[in-house]
Design a protein around this ligand. Structure first.
Ligand SMILES: Nc1ncnc2c1ncn2[C@@H]1O[C@H](COP(=O)(O)OP(=O)(O)OP(=O)(O)O)[C@@H](O)[C@H]1O
Length: 371
């Protein structure tokens, strides 16, 4: 049984308004680290706020285990403090008049844990979150990253079954974000806590999550493991949203797309090609010209220009090998079949192309036809 079940969840902030969350069904497994990912305004925070009870749903149902937390149809709404969930929001909301130790102990005190046990638990949290030496400081005397750790320590101290995090790293600088990400991954490993994490940062989601729910316009676009989301995007939106630099999108009827698909071109509207799925050579493949080379430290982004019957086409290629080409050099490109994704006119992914494509002579023929 999933830990958290969202069934056809809907949230309209005003009667007649477009839903901020629309027909969202999601099963969050026990012990998973689920990231809700999507662009600004897609309904991520609203979803999290409905799970924790800060917002009531206007349709559908939320369950934790067998307990219904919110159901308009059943007339059930369990208030946030009775849901047994740990929350950390973007603004850390530490008590300013309490020291770090008092902040961490707060929830334990409310739960009436005896003082000696409380002291032991606070010390344990201070060690786990690596904030030793800060116990007697007040929040105003801490850096953003330290406040973040205290907020996490305070939440984890009460051993919540589920930890809900809403962009908790967004106020941190790049280096601190990286170390806090590692810390969150470690906490997830060590505590086995089920974590639901809201972010608009695909890198954060890809590196931390066991599962990613991609949302757009209030609707779930895809739910799966990070490698599935990246390797088998369900639609054009997911394919474009995940991946940096973004996937190349080529009209499927163009000569270039048909050559890349090696003759295996069922009905399709757009062909996606991941930048790292391109390889460049001197001899066979699609003719192109090196237009730009951008070093990014350890990797290079290469812009390629191709002549297609419909006009010039630009593709992005990434490589971790130092490029051997000069600007303007003629090259021949090939694409790994697994890096190709075909989408229909409605944007849905069509069956993977890799299995339909034959390696070898037919590929060469298809490409030669264009050369
Ligand atoms: N209290 C509210 N009253 C009315 N509309 C709201 C309210 N909160 C959010 N919305 C609207 O609901 C939609 C979803 O907002 P939400 O905050 O859930 O998105 P988000 O994906 O978390 O965005 P961001 O990444 O910018 O925080 C948006 O169109 C937003 O304007």
């Amino acid at each position: 049984m999933p830990m958290i079940q969202l069934d056809h969840l809907e949230k309209r902030y005003a009667k007649g308004a477009a839903p901020a969350v629309d027909d969202l069904t999601l099963s969050i497994e026990h012990g998973s680290f689920t990231c809700i990912l999507g662009p600004s305004g897609c309904g991520k925070s609203t979803t999290l706020r409905m799970i924790c009870g800060l917002e009531a749903t206007t349709g559908g149902e939320i369950r934790i285990g067998e307990q219904v937390l919110d159901s308009t149809a059943k007339g059930v709404f369990v208030p946030p403090e009775k849901r047994g969930l740990g929350l950390v929001f973007q603004s850390y909301a530490l008590w300013p008049h309490m020291t770090v130790a008092e902040n961490i102990a707060f929830g334990l005190k409310v739960a009436r844990m005896p003082k000696p046990a409380r002291k032991i638990r606070v010390a344990e949290m201070v060690r786990t979150l690596r904030i030793e030496g800060l116990e007697n400081r007040y929040p105003a005397q801490l850096s953003g990253g330290q406040q973040q750790r205290v907020a996490l320590a305070r939440t984890l101290a009460v051993s919540p079954g589920v930890l809900l995090l809403d962009e908790p790293l967004s106020n941190l600088d790049a280096a601190l974000r990286l170390s806090m990400r590692a810390e969150l991954a470690r906490l997830h490993r060590d505590f086995g806590t089920t974590i639901v994490f809201v972010t608009h940062d695909q890198w954060e989601a890809m590196t931390l999550a066991t599962h990613i729910a991609v949302m757009a316009g209030g609707r779930l676009q895809q739910f799966g493991r990070p490698d599935e989301i990246y390797g088998q995007p369900a639609n054009c939106f997911v394919a474009e949203f995940i991946g940096n630099p973004p996937i190349n999108l080529i009209p499927a009827r163009s000569h270039t797309a048909r050559a890349l698909m090696q003759g295996a071109h069922p009905q399709g509207e757009m062909l996606g090609l991941r930048p790292e799925g391109i390889s460049l050579g001197h001899e066979s493949g699609l003719p192109a010209v090196i237009e730009e080379i951008l070093p990014t430290g350890g990797a290079w982004i290469i812009t390629l220009r191709l002549a297609d019957e419909a006009g010039p086409l630009t593709l992005t290629h990434t490589t971790q090998l130092p490029p051997r080409w000069q600007l303007g050099a003629p090259v021949y490109l090939r694409a790994r079949p697994e890096a190709l994704h075909l989408f229909c006119a409605q944007g849905h992914a069509l069956a993977p192309l890799a299995s339909r494509m034959t390696a070898g002579p037919s590929h060469s023929r298809a490409l030669a036809g264009l050369a």
